[in-house]
Design a binder for this molecule. Structure first.
Ligand SMILES: O=C(O)CCC(=O)C(=O)O
Length: 299
């Protein structure tokens, strides 16, 4: 699926986009399941273990912002993590042994879908080595207008920045204190079925979706099987094995010197990155959460 030049692009920049990993039929199947799941959120008044809700959500007009760990919610999403084309790309980037360690569907609906402040995934889940990435499966076309993923090229080779506010984890960097030039970020776009791959240390974020087009992005968090999550030594062996999506696991973690910061004390607002980031004193992206205003955009 990818050649050596694309691997070099990923190694140099910390991200890559590959077209046509999933077929139109596969995307349609996944979208249909998401639609069913979103319908089930009507009546919810608060976030739960599956759904994260937009600030403008009401029980009558459900607005789901995220479906958490979708592979535990519907088997199709677990199956799609092992798609041969996807595995072929990740094998080139991370090696033959791969483990799924998290995931979500960020819905970012037309007119109001929430922004995500600048952050590095590494600040959330450091591992024993950084052969770890997130795949963004585009379930809609991701365009310049509908809040595409923005990634600061080369930032995966730099420091891990402070993601705390007043000493408590908040899941984002202070845009004023961070030396990264966000205006130089790559804007990740592609057709539905394409996938982005971003390195776990790459600085990234995205704007609120004020366009008229949905931007649904399903993220699989994948690691080389010898990268062990530093926060997670308490699951059973069977649980860990069930997350292997290619090759085999190992009991010999590979240790590599990387800049690590731990996400403790836990965020004031837990449940999702959107909630964690509510504690930020300064935001980079405009964010209209006023339900009246946001409803206006949507109508
Ligand atoms: O959906 C996006 O634009 C950002 C995704 C992301 O970085 C996250 O959910 O952690």
């Amino acid at each position: 699926m990818i050649d050596d030049q694309e691997v070099s692009f990923y190694n140099d920049n910390g991200y890559l986009v590959v077209d046509e990993i999933y077929s139109a039929e596969e995307v349609a199947k996944m979208r249909a399941v998401v639609d069913e799941l979103v319908d089930k959120a009507s009546g919810l008044t608060d976030h739960d273990s599956v759904y994260d809700l937009e600030p403008s959500h009401t029980a009558e007009r459900p607005r789901v912002r995220r479906i958490k760990e979708m592979y535990n919610v519907h088997p199709l999403f677990r199956e799609m993590a092992e798609h041969p084309k996807l595995i072929s790309v990740m094998t080139k980037l991370l090696g033959p042994n791969l483990i799924l360690h998290g995931g979500k569907i960020n819905i970012k609906a037309a007119s109001y879908g929430s922004p995500v402040e600048w952050h590095q995934d590494w600040a959330f889940y450091p591992h024993t080595n950084d052969d770890v990435l997130a795949v963004g499966v585009m379930l809609d076309d991701m365009t310049e207008e509908n809040g595409p993923l923005l990634i600061a090229p080369g930032s995966h080779k730099g420091p891990t920045f402070d993601h705390h506010v007043d000493g408590v984890f908040a899941g984002a960097v202070d845009p004023e204190g961070c030396p990264i030039d966000f205006s130089k970020a790559g804007r990740v776009t592609g057709k539905a079925g394409a996938c982005s791959f971003h390195h776990v240390r790459a600085m990234h974020g995205s704007e609120q979706n004020r366009s008229g087009k949905d931007r649904m992005l399903m993220l699989y968090q994948v690691a080389a099987a010898d990268a062990w999550d530093l926060r997670r030594f308490n699951e059973t062996w069977e649980e860990r094995e069930s997350r292997v999506i290619a090759g085999t696991s190992t009991l010999e973690p590979r240790l590599v010197q990387t800049p690590i910061r731990l996400p403790y004390p836990p965020a004031r607002h837990e449940g999702s990155i959107y909630e964690n980031q509510r504690a930020m004193k300064r935001r980079f992206f405009d964010f209209d959460t006023n339900p009246e205003k946001v409803a206006e955009f949507a109508d």
